[in-house]
Design a protein. Structure first.
Lengths: 490, 511
């Protein structure tokens, strides 16, 4: 008789809710008539994300003492619960964005099923506490996203995006798996705390394994130099999927990176903090410089997401409790801003029926005051200007670097911020300052009616972006609780 | 009280953005709110006790783990700067209402938001809050210049934003390092620092915004491409935020670095003063003269601040108010001239005094005050600054005095080019005199200047508390003091307390 572990069903409840939503969405594709398929599937998917959000919230309240569950395969703690809430919230908003998409909706049931399933995978990943569950979660959401990226089968760019993501993503996963194998081989442990407790920290194979794990997670977080898939995939994927990828994938990858590095590799903290700092600097340089010359907004936002990966690696590199707080706060604000920005892009795409560029944004701010003002706020937030949480997020990230004693990292971040202003303000310039004759309202033949769900997503993202500037204390309290699940090396 | 001064205009901005008022009502409500703001300030002025330091304080924790709070309050000098802000903003809003602006709701909302942000800069007692308001000024200005500006506005805003943001971000790095070193971001409870690098980060931001030579590259374009009332606000009010930063943060929190780098800054300020004056003398257009004279005047104010003694401080604060009122009035007048002639190029102007007595009188009065004729408030301010800087070395006094002669040259050239000489090519006989509405918005600025000319001590004697060692000068003077050498020192009691002030640097930070 094989001994089965006791299963803490509560700890799995967010995943289970989302998997149920995915299953129901698949059934809807078969059972519900075509005209109602999209709406029902979207509603079920949205309900799934709401349910996961609530379940994660309850878990957050009831997991003040972090502990491993299900044979220590996953960790039930507040860090995981907060990350799950961010992912579920991002997923919910992404449903709204995706719903307005213009792509073919022949398979809407499958689309929303995959979205829910990708969310479930990420939610599983952030709680992973051994190398196997880590890999399982990573592949789970990645495979869902490979299909989602290629979902607009009529569009060549989407197919290209899917294929590119599949190949590069699989390569990243393979690197991660190889690294895991090396670490397991040298330490004899799969679980993070077991790896952290062994003294085999100087074995070259162990170091190589650590480097490969960082590289594998770097692929998912789209940190340079593992970013090369990002612009094409972000640009080609349906905008709703891009929004979800930008916010949720980054959250999952970075939170897990923080967890695995602090729990499994505390002995080599000197080493990996420097490695992460190098990745951060590379991401800031590549993301910001490449974004300067982009004309297409989605592609520009893709490079901006690389640069933000750099900003969010700064608190991880700091390796202290302030850094943990800073990362989680940053993730909350960044998720809201990036989904909001992609939602505005989606709304504009829907009007125009073509890719949004800086040129065809001309006059957008005056024609669509709400969406324009929201986009303005998101751009200010990305640039880290006050009245948005983006400012406080950068402030915390830099503060964490200071506590580590790395003032040079603050200087790099400040320079990167100054560079980034150019392309973020280019969007504002396009929306508000172009001459009126350049106004492009709609293609001949008219636009489809504006979609209320997108505006709602934008509104929620806007509230979080601006609200997080004023309500710093409650969010930081959440982040402090979550970060206290880990013990930091510095 | 202070919070009300910040919140009222910001609330007004939100009101205008959210409720679809008609064009007329938008302008009226904006103007009304800016008048309410002036009323609030007069109320604060009436209740302010000038013998004390910090007043009207309010504090509320923002986030506690890094000791950041919403902490505002007013010193004597910040009260005067807030007054300058609300008066100039009210005039600017009134002027814009009268001339009419496209997309009125967005425009007036941004003007009100700008008012709130500038008042916030002058009132904040927490470094992070200060930074938030500081950037909060930039955002509305960026849009105001970029949308409602002249044909070259896109290039002008880009230059303006890049210059100011690079300075500001260096300041942010300094704020983070300073705040975490001190364990608090509060300006009252934090101590002083001796780090030159942190000091330089702050100075970078202030020197760009002021601007200080050689960081004035953005200035001519931004001032020329803005609409007249925004240019008036930029040079009249926004540049004072930089001078305020020098006074309230750089000099007060960094006595050591201030003493070490003072000569460098004084040299830059003096170069800016002379260079700006010469360029103003050669500028081919009305706004160009005012723009470069602004550079010169900010140099003079910086000289006064970094003279680092009470005469210099008193004079600098008085001159900040003077220059704010003068340059706002001159930019509005430039706007009025452009409305009548479509140009402000001197080649096409001239002879406008004939048949336009009101315009001539107002422009003459402002110009005469601007060139610091004895008896004017600008004379009082410049005299105090020169007396202050003279104590640091006679050469500074000579440069400053020379620059006042240059000011007479460029202002008289401006007056004669616009009002006198032959009638310019674009000045038609039909061009009207100043309308009552224009007089109504420019008049208050000129009247304030006349009142200050009659009683400059209203500001120079009421900026720093007389009862206790003044918060800013004492801290700064602790570095080096030579007051007693000057027999004309008006308030010797301040100087007498100075030897003890050094030991009480920490003490004077608390109100």
């Amino acid at each position: 008789m094989i001994q089965t572990p006791t299963i803490d069903w509560a700890a799995l409840s967010p995943e289970l809710v989302l998997l149920a939503a995915a299953a129901i969405s698949m059934l809807i594709a078969v059972l519900v008539p075509k005209w109602a398929e999209k709406a029902t599937a979207a509603a079920v998917c949205a309900l799934g994300f709401v349910g996961a959000f609530i379940a994660a919230g309850v878990l957050f309240a009831h997991s003040t003492d972090g502990h491993g569950v299900i044979a220590d395969a996953i960790q039930r703690d507040q860090l995981a619960a907060l990350a799950q809430m961010i992912i579920a919230g991002a997923g919910l908003l992404a449903v709204g964005v995706a719903y307005a998409g213009r792509g073919s909706w022949r398979h809407s049931g499958e689309f929303f099923a995959l979205l829910a399933s990708a969310g479930a995978g990420m939610i599983f990943l952030v709680a992973a506490s051994n190398l196997l569950t880590l890999f399982l979660g990573l592949e789970w959401f990645s495979i869902s996203l490979y299909i989602l990226a290629a979902f607009d089968v009529d569009v060549v760019g989407s197919l290209e995006a899917g294929l590119k993501y599949l190949i590069v993503g699989s390569f990243g996963s393979a690197v991660l798996l190889f690294g895991s194998a090396l670490v397991y081989g040298t330490t004899g442990h799969l679980d993070f705390s077991g790896i952290g407790a062994t003294g085999e920290a100087s074995d070259p194979l162990y170091i190589a394994g650590l480097a490969m794990i960082i590289a594998g997670l770097g692929f998912k977080a789209s940190a340079a130099p593992f970013h090369m898939w990002t612009p094409d995939v972000y640009e080609g994927s349906p905008t709703g999927v891009t929004a979800f990828m930008a916010a949720a994938t980054k959250t999952a990858a970075l939170v897990l990176m923080l967890r695995v590095l602090t729990t499994a590799f505390p002995q080599r903290a000197e080493l990996w903090t420097i490695a992460i700092a190098v990745l951060a600097v590379a991401s800031l340089a590549v993301g910001n410089l490449a974004a300067l010359v982009q004309r297409r907004v989605k592609r520009m936002l893709a490079y901006s997401s690389i640069s933000h990966a750099g900003f969010m690696l700064i608190p991880i590199a700091a390796g202290n409790a302030l850094g943990g707080r800073a990362l989680l706060y940053y993730l909350i604000v960044y998720s809201a801003m990036s989904i909001g920005a992609f939602a505005v892009v989606a709304a504009r795409e829907r009007e125009l029926g073509e890719a949004v560029t800086l040129d065809n944004l001309a006059g957008f701010g005056w024609e669509r005051p709400f969406l324009g003002a929201a986009m303005f706020a998101f751009m200010l937030g990305f640039a880290g200007l006050p009245l948005t949480g983006g400012f406080i997020a950068k402030f915390y990230a830099f503060s964490a670097a200071y506590e580590r004693g790395w003032i040079w990292l603050i200087i790099v971040g400040v320079i990167a911020t100054a560079v980034s202003l150019y392309y973020y303000l280019a969007v504002v310039r396009a929306m508000y300052m172009r001459p009126a004759e350049e106004l492009q309202l709609a293609p001949a033949g008219g636009s489809p009616p504006p979609e209320r769900l997108v505006s709602t997503s934008v509104a929620v993202a806007l509230v979080v972006t601006v609200g997080s500037f004023f309500a710093v204390q409650p969010l930081i309290d959440l982040a402090t609780d979550a970060a206290s699940s880990l013990s930091f090396p510095f | 009280m202070t919070t009300a001064l910040i919140v009222v205009p910001i609330g007004g901005a939100l009101l205008l953005w959210l409720v679809p008022f008609s064009r007329f009502w938008t302008g009226s409500i904006a103007f009304l709110i800016s008048l309410v703001e002036v009323g609030l300030w007069i109320d604060a002025l009436a209740r302010f006790d000038f013998s004390q330091g910090l007043q009207f304080e309010a504090q509320q924790t923002w986030f506690s783990d890094l000791n950041v709070s919403y902490h505002v309050g007013l010193y004597g000098f910040s009260l005067w700067l807030v007054g300058l802000t609300v008066v100039v903003m009210a005039c600017a809003v009134g002027y814009a209402f009268w001339t009419g602006r496209e997309r009125a709701r967005a425009y007036f909302g941004l003007m009100l938001l700008l008012t709130g942000a500038v008042v916030g800069v002058f009132a904040s007692l927490d470094l992070l809050l200060f930074y938030a308001f500081w950037e909060g000024m930039l955002i509305p200005l960026y849009i105001l210049v970029g949308v409602w500006g002249g044909p070259g506005r896109l290039a002008a805003t880009l230059k303006f934003v890049i210059y100011t943001m690079v300075g500001s971000l260096l300041m942010l790095a300094s704020i983070i390092v300073f705040g975490l070193q001190q364990g608090t971001f509060d300006l009252i409870s934090s101590g002083t620092s001796s780090s030159i690098w942190i000091f330089l980060g702050f100075v970078a931001a202030f020197a760009v915004k002021a601007p200080l030579f050689p960081l004035h590259g953005w200035l001519p374009d931004a001032y020329r491409e803005s609409s007249p009332e925004v240019a008036g606000v930029l040079s009249g009010v926004i540049s004072k935020a930089a001078a305020f930063g020098f006074l309230a943060i750089a000099i007060r929190k960094f006595p050591g670095p201030t003493a070490d780098l003072r000569t460098t800054i004084l040299v830059l300020a003096a170069i800016g003063l002379v260079y700006g004056s010469f360029i103003a003398f050669r500028a081919p257009d009305f706004r160009g003269v005012v723009a470069y004279s602004s550079l010169a005047q900010m140099g003079l104010i910086t000289l006064g601040l970094f003279a680092n003694n009470s005469l210099g401080f008193d004079g600098a604060v008085l001159q900040m108010i003077n220059h704010g009122l003068i340059s706002a009035a001159l930019f509005l007048l430039a706007g009025s001239v452009i409305r009548r002639t479509t140009t402000d190029d001197f080649a096409f102007l001239g002879g406008m005094a004939k048949g336009r007595p009101v315009l001539a009188t107002v422009l003459m009065t402002t110009g005469i005050i601007a060139l610091a004729v004895p008896g004017s408030s600008a004379f009082a301010g410049e005299f105090l600054i020169l007396a202050g800087v003279f104590q640091e070395g006679w050469a500074w006094g000579v440069i400053g005095a020379g620059a006042i002669v240059l000011a007479a040259m460029y202002m008289l050239r401006l007056i004669s080019a616009v009002l006198h000489r032959q009638r310019g090519g674009l000045v038609s006989d039909d061009a009207l005199d100043l309308r009552p509405a224009e007089l109504g918005v420019i008049g208050p600025l000129v009247v304030s200047l006349l009142v200050l000319s009659a009683w400059p001590a209203a500001i120079s004697g009421h900026s720093f508390p007389t009862a206790a060692p003044s918060p800013v000068p004492a801290a700064a003077q602790a570095a080096r003091v030579r007051c007693t050498e000057i027999p004309t020192q008006p308030r010797t009691n301040k100087c007498m307390t100075l030897p003890t002030a050094r030991s009480s640097v920490q003490g004077v930070m608390t109100p």
